[in-house]
Design a protein around this ligand. Sequence first.
Ligand SMILES: Cc1ncc(COP(=O)(O)O)c(C=O)c1O
Length: 412
Amino acid sequence: MKPLEKEANWALQKALQDNLITEEDTAVIFQSWNQLEVYLTHLKNSFPGDTLHAIAIKTNPQPKVLKKIIDLGFGLEAASIEEVQLAIDAGAEFSKIIFDSPVKTKREIDFCNQHLPGIRLNVNSLEELKRIPKNPSFTVGIRINPMIETGAPDIYHVSSDESKFGVPIIEKKQIIDAIIRFPVTQLHIHAGSHMSDLGGAIEAVKSLMELAIEANNTLELNGIERKITALDIGGGLSPEILGENQESNMQSYARAIIENCPEIVNFKLLTEFGQWCYFYTGYAYSRVEYSLTRGDKKIIFIHLGADFLMRDAYSKPRGLCFLTFDIKGELKTTTSSLFDIAGPLCFAGDYVTKNQLLQDPEEGDWLGLVNTGSNSIGLWSRHCSRMVPKVLGSNMNANALEVLSERFNPFA
Ligand SMILES: Cc1ncc(COP(=O)(O)O)c(C=O)c1O
């Protein structure tokens, strides 16, 4: 069993024994503290020591999880002013918050200027620079579109010619002119999510760094002391299981960046990883409400579907693993057959997955869904107005569970 499956095998019984799951809890979501620390430590050790890793809040905005990330010394990337507020509430230093929304209002920018000195704000366009005050109290960055293929699937690819994100890098002259005229000290890319072509991703970082060097030379030629001092390379790596004695994709990516862009050490490096940090750190359980047959199909109905796993239901399954437990939380090892896993929502597409081998789940059993750590609770859909389940934090090494948030009505 992989580490998170082992943990999911332990946590249900423990939660039932500790009475943390009540009759009302038709589903429960877990965040593994141990695995989160494994991934964050690995990320930190892959890059130069003074890199600021601002973890993308959208991937998992649970407030106590954000607090843990801050307590471990990391920063947070906020995609909206609401996420900036979550970062502040979690205790983030302003200089460790990166504010990236593509639709910042003048009021939000003014709020940052008045109340959040040191926050790192990336504009999405040269037009947005006109909204920046003359002497801002915050760091100003420009998001650049590197216009490079990264192998990201279409819905996560943000580096095409017509992307709504960033200033196309071919507009180099206009970018450098803007850097001279406005108080810019940071450049940013986020080339795509689920990038499968790391060569393309590294090229994107290189082009960002070369642009910064050229801008700095031009600033100097114009007698301006200000410089681009920080490069924010975004996130975008796909989740991976970390092996004992083999280089991870994260390590190879960081190593290749340093090898291909040696001058990058002259800049403060920032990253914004999301799903890589979280995917293999979360799991959930749902009661099996029914198990029935329709034609040749065996179907189980559970209490988590497209509301929790929107990407899996609407796009394609992302590699969840399933475990069946009996009513007491004991792993079932009986014969397996194929099931469709139907969610609770009233639309035909609400399936977590189809034709999945399962240990014959029956009414009253629990289905464990493992690898639900990223883009799940953060994308909670209010379709059918169902309650958001209770969230628990688990520390298997210390044999301890804690409630992070109670089940709640998102409309209350
Ligand atoms: C600007 C920005 N940074 C970081 C991320 C995190 O991306 P990922 O989860 O692929 O690492 C995203 C994802 O949408 C993003 O838009």
